[in-house]
Ligand binder design. Structure first.
Ligand code: SF4
Ligand code: SF4
Length: 203
């Protein structure tokens, strides 16, 4: 069985595989869903998260995925479907990686062949049995490890040493903006996003 979504790219992944990377908060969100999803169909939309006002892109994508869910309920009445935009119960980047949609760069973001990292990620969660996507390898050079994002991060939130990347979420200005403890916004962006601006893979 196959499902199709209105996203630029999409692929399924089993929920238990992804939940190995989930935070406690995500585990709680998943447990509070009205059904137990076995698979997530991870969906990619072109455009950076949080451009404009908070939640703008995610809300729009969630509405699109909501329409997909309506259609899928008609096509596959034996199964349940729920759309997920921003506050979704799975770790988005890892879900997309495990679905085979891309690889994770030094800046911790998902890189997708031909699309770069200026993306928002959503999902449709379902109890329909689906096959997992095939993992992409780094061979495509999606993140050539140039180190520019590490050098230019104004908060020192990114590190890359001996092939290991690090990200200190508590230092990241985009994260702090979401938590409302960093008052400044760059025009056009909700937060910082310098690691996206300087990445040659996005130019
Ligand atoms: S969003 Fe800004 S502060 Fe956060 S990792 Fe990227 S460059 Fe650093
Ligand atoms: S700036 Fe360079 S190291 Fe950082 S994510 Fe982009 S390609 Fe990778």
């Amino acid at each position: 069985m196959d499902v199709s979504l209105s996203a630029v790219r999409f692929a399924p992944v089993s929920v238990p595989r992804v939940m190995a990377y989930a935070t406690e908060r995500m585990q709680k969100r998943l447990a509070s869903m009205p059904f137990a999803p076995t698979h997530a169909v991870v969906a990619l939309f072109v455009g950076r998260p949080d451009i404009g006002k908070r939640g703008g892109d995610y809300s729009k994508n969630q509405a699109v995925l909501g329409q997909d869910c309506e259609r899928l309920r008609g096509e596959f009445p034996a199964y349940r479907f729920a759309e997920s935009g921003n506050a979704w119960p799975l770790p988005a980047v890892q879900a997309a990686r495990l679905a085979g949609l891309g690889v994770v760069g030094v800046n911790g973001l998902l890189f997708v062949p031909g699309l770069g990292s200026a993306l928002t990620i959503g999902a449709v969660l379902t109890d329909m049995p689906l096959s997992d996507g095939v993992l992409l390898t780094e061979k495509g050079g999606y993140c050539p490890r140039c180190g520019e994002c590490v050098k230019r991060c104004p908060a020192g939130a990114l590190t890359y040493q001996n092939g290991a990347r690090g990200f200190e979420r508590a230092k990241c200005l985009a994260h702090r903006r979401q938590k409302e403890d960093w008052p400044l916004e760059r025009p056009g962006y909700y937060g910082c996003d310098i690691c996206q601006d300087v990445c040659p893979m996005n130019s």
